[in-house]
Design a protein around this ligand. Structure first.
Ligand code: ZN
Length: 166
């Protein structure tokens, strides 16, 4: 922001910021994301991104929560939108932070659940954000993983849970 939206005084570009004239505070808040580790025995469902960032890399299906949406509902919705598969969530898996270069927002708070497909399922990538949907054995994951600052760790925890003897 170049000017305070409350009083019009010149302002810092960087958030968070407190106006020196009227003392209004402008926050830089995190955004909430949710995703699901959809499991079929030892295989996990992954999606190949068509859009930046990390286009061409494999990701866990998920995305941003709507303004009033519980992360559980977001995870179910995003999996369906990206893969065409309806899922039932099983367990809370964890929360990871993902840095962002968007200066109006803080980091992304990414909530993950494990899930299972409901009924008969047939993966159908959405074709716009997702080019390919594939089941990977948890012990043979693809090399090109999106969001390397946290996704490998999400999968590592899953692998540890599925292979308790390792
Ligand atoms: Zn002001």
């Amino acid at each position: 922001m170049n000017f305070c939206s409350n009083c019009g005084a010149p302002a810092n570009k960087e958030l968070p910021y407190k106006c020196s004239q009227c003392h209004t505070e402008f926050w830089r808040n995190p955004r909430c994301c949710a995703g699901a580790l959809v499991l079929d025995k030892n295989k996990v469902l992954m999606v190949k991104r068509l859009i930046a960032p990390w286009d061409g890399f494999w990701d866990i299906p998920g995305g941003y929560c709507e303004w009033n949406e519980h992360p559980k509902d977001c995870a179910i919705r995003e999996v369906f939108e990206e893969t065409g598969i309806k899922v039932k969530l099983k367990e809370y898996h964890g929360i990871w932070m993902e840095p962002t270069d968007h200066s109006d927002y803080g980091e992304n708070v990414c909530v993950y659940y494990t899930a299972e497909p409901m009924g008969d399922f047939f993966a159908l990538p959405d074709g716009i954000e997702i080019g390919q949907v594939k089941w990977f054995d948890i012990n043979h994951l693809p090399e090109k993983i999106a969001f390397p600052s946290h996704i490998p760790d999400v999968l590592k925890r899953l692998s540890d849970e599925l292979n308790p003897s390792n």
